[in-house]
Design a protein around this ligand. Structure first.
Ligand SMILES: [Zn+2]
Ligand SMILES: [Zn+2]
Length: 280
C-alpha cells in the first residue's frame, strides 16, 4: 500500500488530523508534538484518542509521524538546554505510548561550535537516557537526515551511524530520510538514487530507514540550505520523485509531505499527483 500524507496542525486533536488526512486522499500524517517554538504540550484527550483509533482503523491509517519541536537542541552547549531537550522528548514519548503506530522523529541538533564529534557524543548520551526512561514503551525514535546548514549534525550518513552505535545500536533507533535535506547535503538522489540508497545501506543499513519526508528543494544540489519547495517545482523535480516513491527499498515506507502550502487543499493536489506517479 502507498502510505502517503502530509504535515498537519495538531491543534484540533488526533481524530481531526485523521479526518483531514482522509479528506485529502492520504493514509498517514505528521504533526508537531507541541508548539515547535517550545512550551507545554496540550494534555492528551482519551476520548479523542479512542475516536482517532476508530477513524484510523476504518481508513487504513497505520503509521503516523510525531515530530519533536525543531527549536530544541539535543546537543546544546549547556547542560540546562540539553536537560530541557531530554525532558521534552521523555514527555513526548510518554504521550506517544497512547497512540498506536507512532514514529517519533527529531532533529539531531546543532553543535554550535563544540564540533561534530562532541555533539555526536552528547546526542548519544541524551538518547541513552531517553530510551532508559521510556524502556517500558516501544515507539521507534527516528533521527532525521539534515541539510547541514549552520552547524547541524546529521547531514552525513556516517554521523547518524555513529550516534546509533554510541547508543548501543538499539533497534528502537531508526532514520527518517528527508529528500530536500539529503539533496541539499550532497546526496544526489536525482541522478543516482540507487547509489545514494546503496551508501545508506552500507553506512547505516536500510533496515533502519523507517520514513521519508517528501520535499522538493528551493536550492541547488549540495547547497546546505534547507528550504522546502512544492513537489516538481524545485531542483529535485517530478521525475526524481517518481523514482523515489516507486523504489523497491522505499516504496513500502510512510511518505510525508512537508511542502509549503497555504492550506491542505495544496496537499490534496500533491497526493493525487504522487498517486498517479505510483500508478494508483
Ligand atoms: Zn524535520
Ligand atoms: Zn523533514
Amino acid at each position: 500500500m502507498f502510505k502517503i500524507g502530509c504535515h498537519l496542525s495538531s491543534s484540533k486533536g488526533y481524530n481531526h488530523m485523521a479526518e483531514e488526512t482522509v479528506s485529502i486522499g492520504g493514509n498517514t500524517f505528521q504533526f508537531f508534538t507541541r508548539n515547535p517554538r517550545g512550551g507545554a504540550a496540550k494534555p492528551i484527550d482519551p476520548a479523542d484518542v479512542e475516536l482517532y483509533k476508530k477513524t484510523a482503523a476504518e481508513s487504513g491509517i497505520s503509521e503516523i509521524i510525531a515530530h519533536a519541536p525543531y527549536t530544541m537542541n539535543p546537543c546544546a552547549a549547556t547542560e540546562a538546554l540539553r536537560e530541557f531537550s531530554l525532558n521534552t522528548m521523555t514527555d513526548d514519548l510518554a504521550r506517544l505510548s497512547l497512540t498506536p503506530g507512532a514514529l517519533y522523529n527529531f532533529h539531531p541538533g546543532s553543535h554550535v561550535g563544540q564540533g561534530t564529534d562532541a555533539a555526536i557524543e552528547l546526542i548519544a548520551e541524551l538518547l541513552g537516557k531517553l530510551l532508559a526512561a521510556d524502556s517500558e514503551n516501544s515507539t521507534p525514535v527516528l533521527l532525521e537526515t539534515m541539510s547541514g546548514k549552520g552547524s547541524e549534525v546529521g547531514s552525513k550518513f556516517e554521523e547518524l551511524r555513529r550516534i546509533i552505535d554510541l547508543t548501543g545500536g538499539t533497534s528502537r533507533l531508526g532514520v527518517c530520510l528527508d529528500t530536500c535535506h539529503v539533496y541539499d547535503a550532497g546526496y544526489d538522489i536525482v541522478n543516482d538514487l540507487d547509489g545514494v540508497l546503496e551508501e545508506f545501506d552500507r553506512v547505516i543499513g536500510l533496515d533502519r530507514l523507517k520514513a521519508v519526508h517528501l520535499n522538493d528543494s528551493k536550492n541547488p544540489f549540495c547547497s546546505h540550505k534547507d528550504r522546502h519547495e512544492k513537489i516538481g517545482q524545485g531542483s529535485i523535480g517530478v521525475e526524481a520523485f517518481a523514482r523515489i516513491i516507486n523504489h523497491p527499498a522505499l516504496r513500502d515506507l510512510p511518505f510525508c509531505l512537508e511542502t509549503p502550502h497555504e492550506d491542505i487543499s495544496g496537499y490534496a493536489g500533491e497526493i493525487a499527483l504522487l498517486k498517479s506517479l505510483r500508478g494508483e
